[in-house]
Design a protein around this ligand. Structure first.
Ligand code: NAP
Length: 290
């Protein structure tokens, strides 16, 4: 059997069309569009390029996205001051702090100053807590992208064995919560699972396998359950180019659906950021009864 390939670019295009239409409708009703601000500390080439590509996507969707550039040496206190000003600005609906960020900045502390309703990446403590309780739609973008891929297969997750490899705060753990919401039975593995020699047992019974580790080709096709849905979140730059955490060529012979790297989870992730932007805008409109 050869798996159906979950084409992230195609899925992203569909989701963009839906977002663009919703933005257009809201603009027609209110005369306003979502306005987002991306805080960029320093001027590292890669970060600027990524921030600019986010802006280009926003433009295409009819969303306004401004860059707030702060100097490389900005203090933590000044960064927090900037965040507070944006929180208080009614014309700013969504905010993100671009990463990577210089080492002297405590990213977690700064992110916790973001107004939870404007927290575009859904990563501050308030939003993670609300996500646990099912009280926010500001979902972290990479887990949201993985979920969109899973939903696109049409599977009903209730009662399914879902195994996540990797338990980071921004990917593995939030994804566990999202899968629980859909009534999957969730196992989250970490480095200790591997060290205890138990990783293969967990992988072998996974009907949905999501790998978010950051180790090239860690998971071999022969370990995967026949017919599993495999979502590879990993991005690894190697001499042979970008590869995921899953050995795609062998895994696609066992899986029923699989995401490629590149072209799988990545292209949808940035669209999820824009979806959170729209969500933040809707929150603003309802708070103003518009
Ligand atoms: P991270 O913070 O480094 O977390 C990696 C996780 O993997 C940790 O929980 C770690 O466990 C676990 N781990 C490491 N080695 C393991 C092993 N041999 N067996 C089992 N678990 C192991 O990374 P991240 O930020 O979650 O990102 C993970 C990958 O996703 C990276 O390749 C990153 O580039 C990629 N990513 C992709 C997107 C996208 O849009 N496609 C977005 C974000 C990240 P411990 O905590 O116990 O050490």
């Amino acid at each position: 059997m050869s798996a159906n390939i979950l084409d992230g670019r195609k899925l992203a295009a569909q989701l963009k069309d839906e977002l663009r239409e919703e933005v257009r409708q809201l603009q027609k009703q209110t005369g306003q569009v979502p306005r987002l601000v991306n805080i960029l500390v320093g001027d590292k080439h890669d970060s600027c390029a990524y921030a600019n590509s986010q802006k280009k996507l926003a433009d295409k969707l009819g969303i306004s996205c401004d860059l707030l550039r702060l100097p490389e040496k900005v203090s933590q206190a000044d960064l927090i001051e900037s965040i507070k000003k944006l929180n208080d600005d009614d014309e700013v609906h969504g905010i993100m702090i671009h990463r990577p960020i210089p080492n002297h900045i405590d990213y977690g502390e700064a992110a916790n100053y973001l107004d939870a309703n404007k927290d575009l990446e859904g990563i501050n403590a308030t939003n993670i807590g609300k996500m646990l309780l099912g009280e926010t739609e500001m979902i972290p973008c990479t887990p949201a992208s993985a979920m969109e891929h899973i939903k696109s297969t049409g599977i009903n997750l209730a009662g399914k064995e879902a195994v996540i490899i990797g338990s980071s705060d921004i990917v593995g753990k939030p994804l566990g919560l999202l899968l629980l919401r859909e009534m999957a039975t969730v196992t989250v593995c970490n480095i200790a699972t591997s060290k205890a020699g138990k990783l293969l047992d967990h992988i072998a019974r996974a009907e949905i396998l999501i790998v978010a580790v950051g180790k090239p080709l860690l998971v071999k096709g022969e370990w995967i359950k026949e017919g599993a849905i495999v979502i590879d979140v990993g991005i690894n730059h190697t001499e042979k180019g970008m590869v995921g955490d899953v050995e795609f060529e062998t895994a696609k012979e066992k899986a029923s659906f699989i995401t490629p790297v590149p072209g799988g989870v990545g292209p949808v992730t940035v669209v999820m950021l824009m979806r959170n932007g729209l969500q933040a805008f809707k929150h603003y409109l309802s708070s103003k009864k518009l």
